[in-house]
Ligand binder design. Structure first.
Ligand SMILES: Cc1cc2nc3c(=O)[nH]c(=O)nc-3n(C[C@H](O)[C@H](O)[C@H](O)COP(=O)(O)O)c2cc1C
Length: 347
């Protein structure tokens, strides 16, 4: 069992759904939860936005009981705003409050928020302490290895943040300068985990895209659990596949076409429920291609899915897909980790 603070108990080697702006909203989280995500986070929420009462920011606070345990993630570079935002988050009573010190994109990092604070550990500690003091929730942090190759300070960061009271740390094995380039390097994550002074759970993050890699990294770096982002987009089954492999050493068969389509259906229904008929339909459009990847000649159906404007019509197409591909077995194929260096929606 892995515990965060004294109220959150997770199973051994928990799998976390990474916070992802414009992706990890309630509809997406619902299908990840169904498929085994043990702890999930909201997409990051600007502390300034929350204080200004920006509708978009407030909406991101929506969480549901079936999602628990769930964390709300905030970011910001100003002590007072972060502390105030933490108080606003308190009202919605998530299970934990996570601070983002990892976002590399210019509009965030260069304002001293996100990964920006990796250049100023004193400030990072001060901001964290302010949040810890202003909330009754367990506070956790998600960050990167450091600012760049010349400033790999995660070992110092981990100790100092633990000293001011954070209850878990998730580390993405890249620097801010790397954005999403190159391969994530987990060596330093392993070092933090194996530092005898560190007693809070350490979650590793970066480039996990298969059960084999998850187990290899678990064994090699000894982390308490792993956080998965891009591999879950269009493939929430990654969680159950990793779990099965950890428990049995055997690979689970990939989801059938019917299972895939039914997850699309649930995602769509949740999207309509939470976002309403117009935004719900629109925002769902970017997900179909990811879910249906690998099906031959799917283009014709896909173009219908992304042009229809009514939930029932879309579901009728989904039914057609199940019938059309009823005898088709999708082979297990590597999950493609999109390089968000240029595509990152928060850029
Ligand atoms: C589309 C997208 C949006 C993201 N938004 C956030 C965010 O809001 N907060 C955060 O801490 N990290 C964010 N990240 C980073 C991920 O949480 C994660 O650290 C990163 O994708 C590496 O993990 P992966 O290789 O499993 O995808 C985002 C990543 C992507 C791809």
């Amino acid at each position: 069992m892995v515990t965060i603070g004294d109220k959150i108990s997770l199973p051994d080697f928990p799998l976390l759904l990474a916070p992802m702006e414009d992706v990890s909203d309630p509809p997406f989280r619902a299908v990840c939860k169904d498929n085994g995500a043990d702890l999930m986070y909201t997409e990051f929420i600007s502390s300034e936005g929350l204080i200004r009462d920006a509708i978009k920011s407030r909406r991101k606070l929506d969480i549901f009981d079936y999602e628990r345990p769930i964390g709300i993630q905030i970011f910001g570079g100003d002590e007072e705003s972060l502390a105030l935002a933490a108080k606003i988050v308190d009202v919605t009573q998530p299970d934990l409050l996570d601070i983002n010190f990892g976002c590399p994109v210019k509009k965030v990092a260069l304002k001293g928020a996100g990964a920006g604070v990796l250049k100023d550990v004193d400030l990072m500690v001060k901001l964290t302490e302010a949040v810890v003091k202003s909330t009754s929730l367990p506070v956790t942090v998600k960050t990167r290895l450091g600012w760049d190759e010349g400033l790999l300070n995660i070992e110092e960061v981990a100790e100092r943040l633990q000293d001011v009271g954070i209850k878990a740390l998730a580390i993405h094995g890249r620097t801010r300068a790397q954005m999403y380039k190159g391969e994530a390097d987990w060596t330093l994550i392993g070092k933090v985990k194996n530092n005898p002074r560190i007693h809070i759970p350490i979650f590793g993050n970066g480039d996990i895209d298969s059960p084999q890699k998850a187990v290899e990294y678990k064994n090699r770096y000894g982390v308490d659990g792993i956080m998965i982002g891009r591999a879950a987009i269009g493939y929430p089954w990654i969680f159950r596949e990793i779990k099965h492999f950890v428990q049995t050493g055997e690979l689970l068969a990939p989801p059938t076409v019917e299972e895939r389509v039914n997850v699309v259906r649930k995602h769509l229904r949740k999207s309509l429920e939470w976002k309403g008929p117009v935004v719900g339909i629109n925002e769902m459009r970017r997900h179909y291609a990811n879910y249906l990847k690998g099906l031959p000649n799917i283009k014709e159906y896909r173009s219908k899915l992304v042009t229809l404007n009514n939930g029932d019509d879309i579901e009728a197409i989904l039914d057609e897909i199940i019938v059309r591909y009823s005898n088709y077995e999708i082979e297990a194929s590597p999950i493609e980790l999109i390089n968000y260096h240029e595509k990152c929606p928060v850029n």
